[in-house]
Design a protein around this ligand. Sequence first.
Ligand code: GAL
Length: 988
Amino acid sequence: MMRSFLLAGVAALIAAPAMAQEARPTVNLKAPVKTFGRVSFDGRSLMIDGKRTPIWAAEFHPYRLPSPDLWRDVLQKIKASGFNTVTFYFDWSYHSPKQGELDFTGIRDMERAITMAGEEGLYAITRVGPYVNAELARGGFPGWLNNQRARARTDDPEYLKAADEWLAAIDGIVARHQINNGGNVILHQIENELSQTSPAHRRYMDHLYAVTRSYGITVPIFHNDPGRNGNWVPDGSPVPGVVHGPVDMYAFDGYPGGTCTAQGKIARGNGAPDWGYYGIGGAKGGASASPDTPGFMAEIGGGWFDYWGSDGIYACNAVQTGPGYGRLFYGTNFVNGIGLQSVYMGYGGTSWGWLPAPVVFTSYDYGAAIAEDRSLREKALALKPIGGTLAALPEIAAMVPAEKLTPSSDAIRLYHNRSPETDARLILAAHQPGHLTQDTSFTFAADLPDGHYQMPQIRLNGYDAKWIVAGANVAGQRLVYTTSQIQTAQNGLLLMIGRAGEGGRTVLRYSAKPAVKAPDGVAVSWDASRGDLTLDYTHGALSTVEISGGGRPALTLLLGDDAAGGACWDADGVLACGPALLRHARAKGGVLALTGDTVAPAPLRVWAKQTRITWNGAPVAMRPAAGGSWQSIAPIPGPVPIALPALSDWRMAEGTPEAAPTFDDSAWQAIDHRADATLSQKPAGQPTMTMDPYGFHEGDVWYRAHFAGSPDAQRLSLTYGAGGAGMVQVFLDGRLIGQQDLPAAMPRPITTGNITVPMPDAARAPGDHVLSVMARNNGHNWDLTAMDEHKEGRGLIAASLEPLTGPAFAVPMNWRIQGRSGGEDFADRARGTPNNGGQYGERMGWHLPAFDDHAWRATGAALPQGSAGTNWYRTHVTLNVPRGQDATIGLAFGDTAKPRSAAHYRVLIFVNGWNMGQFIAHVGPQRIFPIPEGILNHHGANTIALAVTSDGAPANAPENVRLVTMQNRRGGLEVAQVAAPAGLAPIR
Ligand code: GAL
């Protein structure tokens, strides 16, 4: 059976013992081409308009950046980092406050995100769920779905009806933007990581496929298999052990690079796995599960998320999954026949408000190539050559294993692939075993398309890989081979890079001896018998070699190290070196208008036909320079520092009136015995206390109960659900009598808890007493296992006021509940589902800019401690960021060098009414919270409101709060303020 799809050419290469670089027949080279309009594929690659195309994608979640004008900034940076595709997950919950309501306006205008991606020259992959995971509360399920008894992610008609509402809407939007309708969407994902594969799940998947097609999706449909299980592989895969599913392509994910240690140290435990040609094969081998469809990783780790109470690993993860990791792991995937890869995340962003699942705190920086503050990390610069090599040699997407090569060192493994169409080669050199970090020099001999060659000494230093290209037609030249990496190949222009100080060789073929103008340090030799021009050099500052004649068009060959390549950018077919980013190069009437960013004054060197050049609209005086380039006479300007005002004008108010016995809760909903769908079982006979059945799904929720003082009132036992690092506070007659945080510092935190509060004598005194409980819900669980995990209870699950030895629930109590104002009918539809919970100040609009805080106590620069519960602090600050500068300004709390404080308190951070996250001082690790421009007004007035919750002890007072500049560039884009109400609107 397996043999039936063996391809003779590949099979012939298979030697007996399966060493890593030995290929297996994992692909059916005779697989028929399947066509979906302009998108098609066979066993080896995707094709667009019939042309084999590597899909090199970066994931971006527009909902994690609630300032739509900045989406374009991220998309331009993804493009500038060498990607040709962006991958979008959509979050159903973001759009659906209530069953039957879906909102795609303002920050939720996902159509705008897809359109922008197309305008920026990116293909799009759309992943619509209904379930997405993505470290979102409920994995993207809307809050109201938690009240559905139907098991989610099955074929239960009640669930399908809900899912179809969402799919009809989001698929309708996506459908308009498919490449087949003139847009940029090329692939579409249904569900995500559905690891249950029962018949009910198959029927569910069948339903999803059918409705997706009925809603107008015409591009190939896939699912993302969590790891390599061989689940949901297209019908027809002959591989034993796979689970077939209603998909056109098989895709899987993997996070193979490991993460930093808890102490923020690099951990190099893993080599790059072989999940295709060179791997174990079969159902669990990755791409091998589906021989008729091309290798496709819907997610390949580009970092990892971080959890409450860690020491903060994003900066370290960015290095762990840094330049060498990218070359090694993504390169290993490509040579394994995985020609579609999407890096998760390209830009992580911010899980603002109540977006995060319990497994993650506010920052979703992810250690991604583009940091949360939107600056480009070093590793983004190292991704450019990957994109550049793929653009120069798209046939890399569809190569097959070629003759085995033997390196001179045992510490090296060589992968050798060739294109059946063009015979071009990609030879990837990695360490063997793959996690070696040593410095190795090696050579090898190979029969290449242009003859037999002995390579020079090649150095592989550490966790890295070399991408050696041979036998390729690039930039109008015949490239015999190069040990440097191609970053840019345009007509007449080639930019090749390598590690600083390492040697490189490039061999080009000519029909006659060409004229060569090379600087010192580039050794040029000519082999007349072969027609080979060999250049030997050391990678360093950019050097320019000019080659002309020899029967080929003239070539400018630029050679440089990583830093030199990092400063060079390709946009709209123009190469420019010097600035920190080139966004666009648009020619109009003899003028080339360049737009981009600088972080400091920078030289500008441009290869262009035009002699008149502008940079961000200002003319730049240029002079001719080497290799047909133009060089600016003076540097283009960098940014000026930003003067940030101190926050010195605070006012405060107490925000816990619910604790007081006299508080009027008559308008609150009474807790009753209503039906609910929570997984957390309540004690028999007890009422339904969890928040969801009452229409409260996000943030804080209050409970109050009166009881008659009784000798039985000896202790209060509460069972509650609060998500990662969530909490409860318990008040008796206005006094805090108990408080508990759920334990943190676990990647998969405990999300429910019990607290037993001894009751003070007062509770046994006759008369009316009031218990008030505030529960902070730090997110509903995701549903990773498809077992309805998201339905774990939140808020109180049970409350028993009881004697120490007597029966539970001995003292009768009638509870009431209050969460977000209006529940599912909340007023602030502009800020939407993630913005508010049920704090008193939120219900009163204290977080909103228009609230008049004049009557509050002025405290100057200090944030004095208030009483137990939640205290609110407000201040107003006017910013004046220089026009034409793109900065990210954040709010910093206390000593940012430490992951957590000695003081115990937590803060909900509102800026201009937007909930930009939660600082938990004693848990950490995040202490700086970026506020994107558009939420923060860079050119005017801002209101900051902090809701600080603590036990009121002097030692637990809030620490110093200040504005900090997280990144500052000259350039950027115009950003409009995001429209949202300044004050409270009536509840709907
Ligand atoms: C994947 C999942 C994503 C996200 C990721 C980790 O397995 O598909 O949604 O959760 O893990 O960040």
